[in-house]
Design a protein around this ligand. Structure first.
Ligand code: NAD
Ligand code: WQD
Length: 344
């Protein structure tokens, strides 16, 4: 019998890629998503790629009885991967209570339900945002957590504390907290990828929408930072590489491969790339020009951050494999597929 995993936010960007990887590793997947930032047809896409249709429930993770029903109907779920959250930094400043409710209550509901349903492990989606501007680069997991720059960032810090406090109080399950750097790209099939809502706030969707002509010009936010070309540095991680780390984390928890009840891992490539380098890599990889101009700094931007991924490399045996150049080609193919499908 296959081991059953509940994936919240499983029709979203990172969740959908992770469902595919879980299925190909032999797990049975149950998805819960309220479709607030994704579409139900992603389930068809997952099936097209893997040949297996995951169970799908349109349920809001704020709805505790609704979640309990899913856990009861799918008795024997051993692990949960909790992706469901609101993630737009700017929107979180405008609507803090919506963010605190959606990102905190959903986690609390799951943590309360896990013991009642015999769930043994939780993988949680955290973010490099918890480091703010690190003092030492590349940043390791023991770097101090800095005061959050937004309600969104704050929810990730509080989420991590909630998990640690719950487990330290003796809760009968384990957790692995994964701090993602900047996930980019799409599945190589072009069947699933990132579907931004409205005008993209993040670099890659804005860039690919500019390259295809939806946007006139990409604004590069600042070229006066203390970096080699003056633009900000990030660690861009391929979404399929990222998805695979979740499978390894789940194997580790359910296989009792660690004595630790809570573990934290950075998921990044270890390579910092500037915005201008990224544009150049995109143009080189795809042969498509990206009209862009330098504008002023974006408020609240971190100057430079990239991961030290050695802990994940050594302990999980996971390494980011795909180059940023190849990953950008997958992002471009995805944008072309969206056009073909008449979506964007
Ligand atoms: P996404 O918006 O594509 O996916 C999140 C999914 O959760 C969506 O399908 C949405 O409909 C669903 N959802 C939201 N609230 C829900 C609720 N209350 N109940 C049920 N479903 C709900 O985002 P993503 O990029 O795939 O991010 C997944 C996780 O990773 C999030 O927790 C996010 O904060 C975290 N993360 C993302 C990034 C990034 O840059 N994409 C970086 C670091 C961390
Ligand atoms: C990347 C770089 C911008 C858009 C955000 C969240 C963070 C995490 C990942 C979830 C920066 C520059 C961007 C544009 C630009 N998410 N840029 N022109 O800011 O690293 O992080 O997503 O946890 O919490 O804050 O990602 O994609 O917005 O920006 O020049 O139109 O691209 O200044 O240097 P960021 P991003």
């Amino acid at each position: 019998m296959k081991t059953k995993i509940l994936v919240t936010g499983g029709t979203g960007y990172i969740g959908s890629h992770t469902v595919v990887e879980l299925q190909s590793a032999g797990y049975e997947v149950v998805i819960v998503d309220n479709l607030s930032n994704s579409n139900a047809d992603v389930v068809d896409g997952i099936e097209k790629i893997s040949g297996i249709r995951p169970s799908f429930y349109e349920v809001d993770c704020n709805d505790k009885p609704g979640l309990a029903k899913v856990l009861t109907e799918n008795a024997g779920i051993k692990g949960i991967i909790h992706f469901a959250a609101s993630k737009a930094v700017g929107e979180s400043v405008q609507k803090p209570l919506m963010y605190y409710r959606n990102n905190l209550v959903t986690l609390i509901n799951l943590l309360e339900l896990m013991p009642e349903h015999g769930v043994e492990g939780l993988v949680f989606s955290s973010s490099c945002t918890v480091y703010g501007q690190p003092d030492i680069l590349p940043v390791t997991e023991d770097a101090p957590v800095k005061p959050a720059m937004s309600p969104y960032g704050n929810t990730k810090q509080i989420n991590e504390e909630i998990i640690k406090d719950t487990i330290h109080s003796g809760a009968p399950f384990k957790s692995i907290i994964l701090r993602y750097f900047n996930p980019i790209g799409a599945h190589p099939s072009g069947i699933i990828g990132e579907l931004p809502n409205g005008v993209p706030q993040n670099l890659i969707p804005y860039l690919t929408q500019t390259a295809i002509g939806i946007r006139k010009e990409l604004s590069v936010f600042g070229n006066d930072y203390d970096t080699p070309d003056g633009s900000c540095i990030r660690d861009y991680i391929n979404v399929v590489d990222l998805a695979k780390a979740h499978v390894i984390a789940m194997d580790r928890m359910l296989g009792n491969k660690s004595e630790e009840k809570v573990e934290i891992f950075n998921l990044g490539t270890g390579r910092g790339v500037t915005v201008l380098e990224l544009i150049e890599a995109f143009e080189k990889g795809t042969g498509v020009k990206v009209p862009h101009k330098i504008v002023g700094r974006r408020e609240g931007d971190i100057e430079k951050v990239w991961a030290n991924p050695e802990h994940a490399n050594k302990v999980l045996g996971w390494t980011a494999k795909e180059s940023v150049e190849d990953t950008l080609v997958t992002a471009w193919n995805w944008q072309l597929k969206l056009r073909e499908r008449g979506i964007q």
